[in-house]
Design a protein around this ligand. Structure first.
Ligand code: DGT
Ligand code: CA
Ligand code: CA
Ligand code: ZN
Length: 605
């Protein structure tokens, strides 16, 4: 079991205790809530595997883990349940904890509406908003009610889709388990997940085996000693099973949400056809089928057939199908009927490598140019970040801690930034084999100016400029988000605009930005735009990144890691870049150190 799961279970107990109990400060419950929260935080960031520590009886050596918490962790590891959590869940209305997923609704507010207005779920909450009762509660008022109703609308419009970075690890771990079942030769991911969409409706797995019924049977009986474990079986047939997996409370919004997994079993001779079909998108498949019909062929999930039926002329692999339809193999990320047919040169017309085969890959990435350390709100030191980056094969990184106005993120004052510059330069001397650039994530202030003076920025190698405050139009901000971004782009020291629209997937809408204007100004001034690879952001999103590339803007794909583990989120950014049709030369992270420095200097002059 991962530390994250244990951490989430403890945080969940804290949430439910806080909703359930009398948490007046100084009370016994408040004390327990705090200690669970502290334990959850410590475990989440703990460098060692907590399950391994537990196995050797060393749980209580972790700071902040007392006897009671250690017992609960032990129970969770052994049984997958915690009695206290189950009891709390049973005591509270079933839908109530889900209200915690609404932006603006913390445990205190959920407790308040539950106790004062008998709100037990979404419908009740919407009712008390409409009747005006909610705004009358102490500590709420019109502004916070507005925020809560926007939060509800956002959750509803995002339809409970699972973020890419939550779904992919679940799918990979499950695929690995299925691979070990008797009679299984091969397992692959299909559907929107293979296409790298930012959120996933359900996970589609495809499995090659001769006896489908046997595989389905052993699949739905997979034990729960492995992560992830199956929560409910929705259907189990001869060649198909649908189940749900608990996706974890911290994952992109609502607590306790499940994600559906469809498993289909097919024989080797039609594996390619099925993989192509179930990868989709539906729109891509429709176009492909039309193309088959025009060649007097018939395409379905079993294969490609001549119009008069037998025998199948392709179906073992995807390449064969595309080839017979006079197309190069099209990367899954492009299969959206958004130009991939028009872009793909016909195989017979051209022997040049096809455009899609030139898309950027994770292997092309030589460095990550946005990450935080303990100097601001990160969890690891400069050297820790650098050594993990080195193991990943990177040649460079940029340390970009927050600037002075980001007070909640412990942003660096001018003085601390000056010390940080020295610290990064020293670390760069000490750590061989990787170039550590002095960077900053400098706030773009509400008036469009930068949070540090130019003479300080000039001492850095790389400047990420980001909007973190006053993100709406009007209000505190003097300029609207587009004007602020344009002002930052005009600053010669700004290398890249960080997470340009500020959205949080399933949580916060993007700022209203005139992307065409931003892209144009970025291109003209040689300012780069970021694809923030954190699965919580993926910002720029695919279509905006495509717009940027078409305007000649260089992209920078960065994880914004606040912990060494998050450096691995690079792949989500790369998938997004591939959906944007990015080639290595469109992405600054693929450059050598020398070329990177030259590229940065091209704007600085
Ligand atoms: P999702 O799960 O909503 O994120 O999106 P997908 O694309 O994974 O859709 P899903 O899971 O309903 O189906 C997986 C793929 O199977 C889909 O991309 C294309 C194929 N497929 C499913 N149903 C149909 C259909 O009725 N017609 C066609 N042409 N393809 C389908
Ligand atoms: Ca799907
Ligand atoms: Ca599906
Ligand atoms: Zn950042």
């Amino acid at each position: 079991m991962y530390n994250g799961e244990i951490s989430r279970a403890l945080a969940r107990i804290a949430d439910l205790l806080e909703i359930d109990g009398d948490t007046a400060s100084g009370s016994r419950v408040a004390f327990r809530v705090n200690s669970y929260r502290r334990a959850a935080r410590t475990i989440k960031d703990h460098a060692q595997d907590v399950a391994a520590l537990a196995a050797t009886g060393k749980l209580m050596t972790i700071p902040g883990i007392g006897k009671g918490t250690a017992e609960r962790i032990q129970q969770f590891l052994e049984t997958g349940h915690i009695d206290e959590l189950d009891a709390l869940q049973a005591k509270l209305p079933e839908e109530l904890p889900a209200l915690l997923g609404i932006s603006g609704m913390g445990p205190k507010k959920v407790a308040l509406v539950y106790r004062e207005l008998s709100v037990e779920g979404f419908d009740d909450l919407k009712r008390v908003i409409a009747s005006g009762e909610l705004a009358k509660l102490p500590g709420l008022g019109v502004a916070s009610v507005k925020r809560i109703s926007e939060g509800i609308a956002f959750l509803e419009s995002s339809g409970g889709r699972t973020p890419l970075g939550v779904a992919l690890p679940i799918a990979e771990a499950l695929a690995e388990q299925v691979c070990k079942l008797p009679g299984v030769h091969r397992v692959e991911i299909a559907g929107s997940l293979r296409r790298g969409q930012e959120t996933i409706g359900d996970i589609d797995l495809l499995c090659e085996a001769d006896d489908g019924e046997q595989v389905v049977k052993s699949f739905v009986e997979l034990g729960d000693d492995n992560w992830p474990s199956i929560k409910r079986v929705l259907a189990a047939g001869k060649t198909k099973a649908s189940v749900t997996i608990e996706r974890g409370a911290a994952a992109g919004g609502k607590a306790g949400r499940e994600v559906q997994v469809d498993l289909r079993v097919v024989p080797a001779e039609s594996f390619g056809a099925a993989w192509q079909y179930f990868t989709g998108s539906k729109e891509h498949n429709v176009r492909l089928r039309e193309r088959a019909v025009r060649s007097n062929l018939r395409l379905n999930e079993y294969g490609l057939f001549s119009a008069d039926g037998e025998p199948s002329i392709a179906g073992r692999d995807e390449e064969g199908i595309y080839k017979k339809l006079d197309l190069p193999w099209i990367p899954p990320e492009l299969r959206e009927d958004s130009g991939e047919f028009e872009q793909s040169p016909s195989v017979s017309q051209s022997l040049r490598p096809s455009v899609p085969s030139l898309l950027v890959t994770v292997d092309d990435i030589r460095g990550d140019l946005h990450m935080h350390t303990t100097a601001s709100d990160g969890k690891n030191s400069i050297e820790e970040m650098a050594s993990v980056a080195k193991v990943m094969g990177y040649r460079f990184i940029a340390i970009c801690d927050h600037s002075q106005s980001s007070t909640i993120a412990n942003g660096l004052s001018i003085k601390r930034m000056e010390a940080q510059i020295v610290a990064v330069r020293e670390a760069n001397e000490r750590v061989a084999g990787i170039e550590i650039l002095v960077g900053t994530e400098c706030d773009i202030l509400p008036n469009g100016s930068l949070d540090y003076p130019d003479d300080l920025l000039a001492q850095t190698d790389w400047v990420v400029a980001s909007v973190h405050s006053a993100m709406g139009s009007g209000g505190r901000a003097k300029l609207d988000p587009t004007e602020r971004t344009l002002a930052a782009i005009e600053n010669r020291w700004v290398s890249v605009i960080g997470h340009p629209t500020g959205r949080l997937i399933n949580r916060r809408a993007a700022m209203e930005i005139d992307m065409a204007a931003v892209v144009k100004a970025a291109s003209a001034s040689k300012t780069m735009l970021e694809i923030n690879a954190s699965w919580r952001r993926l910002d720029l999103k695919d279509m905006h990144a495509r717009q940027a590339i078409e305007a000649g803007v260089t992209l920078s794909i960065n994880t914004d890691a606040h912990h060494v583990e998050q450096l691995s989120q690079m792949r989500y950014g790369v998938m997004t870049a591939r959906r944007a049709r990015a080639r290595p030369q469109d992405v600054v992270n693929t450059m050598t150190v020398a070329a990177l420095k030259k590229r940065i200097a091209a704007k600085r002059g």
